[in-house]
Design a protein around this ligand. Structure first.
Ligand SMILES: [Zn+2]
Length: 143
């Protein structure tokens, strides 16, 4: 890593590991300026839409769609659900996911937190090809 000020070489003063990222304190060997870098894996994941178009995966979009489905759920819970979904997506170790696969992940997580939001989400995204799941859930809610 070169100095952002003078472009000369830098040395690492200290490295700290936190979760899946590394924070390093660095010092420029030439101008002695100190700065911090954060190292994080970059996940290059794309989503294949129904019309076969491909777009970069954005966790924000999932969070937005959750917010719509869970209008009465606390923001903190929506954030938690979003994080769980993101972790599952990463665990799939793939570079491509279809909107359908993502929809199923969302439903799986939503079901654990908020049944009404789950149904609302499933109804809005009814093209998720998991009608059995929905059917079972409706039966369970009706008692
Ligand atoms: Zn420098």
């Amino acid at each position: 890593m070169f100095c952002p000020y003078c472009s000369k070489e830098t040395k690492v003063l200290e490295s700290r590991l936190k979760d899946s990222s590394v924070r390093r304190r660095r010092e420029c060997l030439s101008c002695s300026v100190r700065f911090t870098t954060h190292e994080k894996p970059v996940f290059q994941l794309s989503v294949i839409k129904k019309d076969q178009r491909e777009e970069p995966f954005q966790i924000q979009k999932i969070q937005d769609s959750l917010q719509k489905a869970c209008s009465k759920t606390e923001a903190e819970i929506i954030h938690q659900i979003t994080q769980r979904i993101e972790r599952k997506v990463i665990q799939k170790k793939t570079n491509q996911l279809t909107t359908n696969q993502i929809g199923k992940l969302v439903l799986q997580e939503l079901k654990k937190f908020d049944k009404i939001a789950y149904l609302r989400y499933a109804t809005v995204h009814k093209d998720i090809d998991d009608p059995k799941l929905l059917e079972k859930e409706l039966k369970r809610i009706k008692g």
